[in-house]
Design a protein around this ligand. Structure first.
Ligand code: AMP
Length: 486
């Protein structure tokens, strides 16, 4: 089965209804979108399995490119538009893409020695008028998407996702999180090259509108306005985006039904503020490019009357996924014991593109080793402690930065906090907290001493104007550690 089948079904059931919207304006119906994708595929005529890269801020054409590439049995390689042109060129080279589709802004910056088509140009419009192909019948194990990871711990790697992987993700999303219908909408606040784009398939299958903000990016006021205008809105948002919505001080737009947050830590305090502002519309996902959007989660209902332990957890295993916590020797950890989170299921990638070494360390005995540390509590909720590389070992004790950050962020004088380890002769490593905010060290010490073990308290505080973040909004602990080394 090819993921194109999802669009085929939507076009058969909802042909004349609006499919893709740019802001408030309808761009194509489902029948038109299907036809354009099949024509684009006719023009692409790539070898099956050829990689085709798409580098663009959020635009309506991304939806037709995604399905056009699948209709041509090629592999979709989206590139985050916020990357440096050099990083984009690295991904194009690593994937061996034979063609790149880029928005006008990006096409002007790319110089990579293979054809770059400018999305929206007249030559692009021509391509959408080619002779259409017939809907393909593809081996579900065939590659559909090369997902380049956000690379907070090193160079970006291409997770190989098949049609089957993304179908498993689609079914799990519809089973666990959201049940959209044709009178619903998916509003693309986050980049469609990653989290928001991965949610296109489930919403296409149900004939829900794809709404792309005209700004092509995340503007809180624009996002909230669109959720007033379009019916039954759902969105995937990174935790920082949720905080920016709350900071507008506006009430929940009447049509905003579901916000799925995840992809990075949402601190309990921030989550409570978001729920107070918008009500019980939040759903949490824990996933990674290697198991797209689907390892564990908390449904909307799980947030109601939940205690801090539940709100601070990443929930429990998603439908169709097995999740375990293991020790270094691979044996199962007991309840409460921290170990590496592993998972398996149809959603898990088949490996990293052109990287057998990384594949062998990550996929072992049929399990995906996530590189995240966590523990299950007696109720079965999984709590993420940290990336395995982020754990600070001070005087032989493991300190999980996330725990310290959760407490720091509760202090009214702290806007953002990030905890890392710095090398230390006496202790091996010591805890250092980078703080954005106005609190002073003595107040923070007192605040922490009242709440967590003394040995977890930072030995040093560094007050900064902002934290370094990558283009996905994830804090770059590497950069902070490097700063400490200097
Ligand atoms: P990426 O593959 O770029 O999406 O990054 C995946 C990583 O983001 C995971 O391995 C986690 O470390 C982190 N992450 C994802 N979801 C969550 C979540 N709900 N809470 C905390 N961290 C998360």
């Amino acid at each position: 089965m090819n993921l194109f089948a999802l669009l085929d079904q939507a076009a058969a059931r909802f042909g004349d209804r609006g499919a893709v919207y740019h802001g408030e304006r309808q761009v194509w119906t489902w029948a038109q979108l299907r036809e354009r994708a099949l024509r684009l595929a006719g023009e692409l005529r790539g070898e099956p399995g050829a990689r085709i890269a798409v580098a663009s801020e959020n635009r309506p054409e991304i939806v037709e490119l995604m399905f056009g590439i699948w209709a041509a049995e090629c592999v979709y390689v989206p590139i985050n538009y916020k990357l440096h042109p050099r990083e984009m060129a690295d991904i194009v080279a690593d994937s061996g893409a034979t063609q790149v589709f880029a928005s006008p802004m990006i096409a002007a910056q790319l110089d990579i020695g293979i054809p770059v088509e400018t999305i929206g140009a007249e030559s692009y419009a021509q391509r959408c008028r080619a002779e259409p192909v017939a809907p393909p019948d593809t081996d579900p194990a065939a590659l559909a998407w090369l997902f380049y990871t956000s690379g907070t711990t090193g160079r970006s790697k291409g997770a190989m996702l098949s049609h089957r992987n993304l179908m498993a993700m689609t079914v799990s999303h519809l089973a666990d999180f959201d049940a959209p219908e044709e009178n619903c909408s998916l509003v693309h606040g986050a980049p469609m090259s990653h989290g928001s784009g991965l949610y296109i398939p489930p919403y296409v299958l149900r004939g829900a509108r794809q709404v792309i903000p005209e700004s092509g990016a995340f503007e809180p006021a624009e996002f909230l306005d669109l959720c007033e205008h379009h019916p039954g809105c759902s969105a995937f948002l990174a935790p920082t985006m949720v905080q920016r919505l709350v900071a507008t001080g506006r009430p929940r737009p009447r049509n905003l039904r579901t916000v799925v947050y995840g992809g990075g830590p949402m601190y309990v305090d921030s989550l409570k503020k978001a729920m107070a502002a918008f009500g019980p519309i939040f759903t949490q996902l824990y996933g990674q490019g290697e198991a797209p959007m689907t390892i564990t989660g908390l449904r909307r209902a799980d947030h109601l009357d939940a205690d801090d332990a539940v709100l601070g957890s990443v929930g429990y295993a998603r439908s169709g996924v097995a999740v375990a916590v293991v020790r270094e020797d691979g044996t199962a950890a007991t309840t409460g014991e921290i170990g590496e989170i592993v998972c398996r299921g149809d959603v898990v990638m088949s490996g990293y593109w052109n990287n057998p070494d990384a594949t062998a360390t990550t996929l072992r005995n049929g399990w995906l080793h996530t590189g995240d540390m966590g523990s299950f509590d007696e109720r079965g909720y999984l709590t993420l402690r940290d990336r395995s590389k982020d754990v600070v070992i001070s005087g032989g004790s493991n300190i999980y930065p996330r725990e310290v950050e959760e407490v720091l962020i509760e202090h009214p004088g702290v806007t953002e906090a990030c905890v890392v380890g710095a090398p230390d002769e006496e202790w091996g490593e010591v805890v250092v907290a980078f703080i954005v905010g106005t609190a002073d060290p003595a107040a923070l010490d007192a605040h922490l001493l009242a709440r967590i073990a003394r040995f977890k308290r930072p030995k040093r505080y560094a007050f900064v104007d902002e934290l370094p973040k990558n283009s996905y909004g994830k804090v770059l602990k590497r950069a902070l550690r490097a700063q400490l080394m200097r």
